[in-house]
Each structure stands twice: as structure tokens, then as C-alpha cells.
Design a protein around this ligand. Sequence first.
Ligand code: CDT
Length: 303
Amino acid sequence: ESSLKIGSAQLGPISLAESRYDVVKRLLALLYKAHSFGVKFIVFPELALTTFFPRYWMTNQVDVDRYFETKMPNEVTQPLFDAAKKLGIGFYLGFAELSEEDNRIRRFNTSILVGPDGKIIGKYRKIHLPGHSEKRDDVPFQHLEKRYFEVGNLGFGTWPVFGTRVGMAICNDRRWPETYRVMALRGARVVVLGFNTPTENINHDEPLHLRMFHHRLVMQAAAYQNGMWIVATAKAGYEDGFHLHGGSCIISPTGEIVSQSTTEDDEVIVYDCNLKLGDYILNSVFNFKKHRRIEHYGPITSQ
Ligand code: CDT
């Protein structure tokens, strides 16, 4: 089978007051809708169970830890795994992960890859953490990922599933070419990611249209340069007054957007992806073995 029907399951906003239980109900509705469209692999957003909490300055660790999962699956998310198994759909899900490792509590911005049997196949912990770690008084909202998460320690993994090889990234990772190239070198033909992107750039008075332009530019270029499919899923809309842009999309190895969301709400978009489409690119202009010149790439890993 050389085609795979992939769905991007965009979420509208999750308010501070919304419970995980209610969010999972929304995720389930999207999963069932995707199934009715014949989807075999569905991609949920980054931090898909809670509001985008790094926008809030919190000094009490207990307040921060309320947003984290200590187990996956857990009581609240188990129905998602059960439904995936019943329907034979795999999924990507982003969440805040709290784990005890090396005799200490560690916190990561994490995604998991779940197979159509409802079992976790792979885990990724976000490597490019944007934002800052101290309170900024000069901005309308915070972006405290560097405070609340550690840099991921699992590298950029890829996993054989759905008749192809899948890699995972999370939000800001999508802006970095290295993310995709490392996964392409590890055989990834489909890269999936979720994102929460504030519409307002707190570092620069950036025209609105540039936010969406850059979002698409980086992924369309990466898809072509690595002969891969890229599926990007937003959490979008106003979360308690703070706007996240939408623009969930499915991008083919030619660099073209073949499907994109039209709302800032819960929405499923779908595309039947030809898994061989990238072959000609990887066999010709981007034949890595033939044409890469790693002897000239030193600075990429040495500084
Ligand atoms: N969630 C996330 O990584 N968002 C970032 C915002 C960058 S501005 C601090 C992004 O790259 O979309």
C-alpha cells in the first residue's frame, strides 16, 4: 500500500477553566470524524490537553505542575487510546510530561506516536524551546517554555509504522532546517508536528501576514528539501484573550500545501498521501548520498 490517509485535527482554544475531561471529549469527536473520512493516522496539536500555559508567569511549582501528565495513558486520556484501537487509527498527541528520571523530577514538552493498536510506539521531547526563563515586564504575555521545560533528551527519532517511517517534531522545531534533515537522514518520509503560535510576536512589531508566511515558508521548503510529507496541526483562536494563529496544513514532498484548515476551531483536514511521491526528489536533486558535502558542514555541529 503506497498511500496513507492522514488527518490533521486542529483544536480551537482551550480556556483555563476547561477540564482535561472535556478536552478529551473534543479529541474523541475529532477522532471519530477523521475515522468517518477514512483516516488512518491523525495528528493532534502540541500541548493538546490544556491551555498554552507558558504564557503565564507562575511562581508556585504546584500551579505549574497542574498542567503536566505524570502518566500516559492516564485515567482521563485512556478513552482516546481505546477509541484508536477500536477504530484502528494511530495518532500523534502533544502534552506536558512530568517524569521521575535520574532521581529527580523532570519536565518536558512531549509528543507521543500511538499505533493503530492503541499502543505507544514512540516519544519525542521538544528540543528547540523558544521564549525565555525569567519574567519579562515589557511584553503583553510571557513565553516561558525555557522556564517550565527542559530541552528534550531523546533526539529526533523516527519510527516504522503505517507502511512508512514517521518522525515527530513540536512547534518551534518546525522553523529549524536541522530538525527535518536529521530525521530525513534517519529515513523519515512523514514528519508530523503540533503547534501553539501566538499571533503577536512579543520580540518585534511584526506585520500579521508575516507570521503565517514564515509558518508556511519553513515547512514547505523543508518538505521539498527532504522529499517528505509534513503535517502540522494548530491549537488556534483566543485562549482567555490571547490569540494563537491557525493554519493547520498538510504539505506534500513537492512543497505544496495540499490541504489546510479554514477555521480557528476544532476542525479535521484530510489528505490521501502518496508515500512514494518524494522518491523522485530523494533520487535526484536531493539524493543525499550522492550530493551532500558534509566535509563543508562542520560549523553546523561545532558551533
Ligand atoms: N509553542 C511554540 O513553540 N511557539 C513558538 C512561538 C515562537 S515566539 C516565542 C513558535 O515557533 O511558533
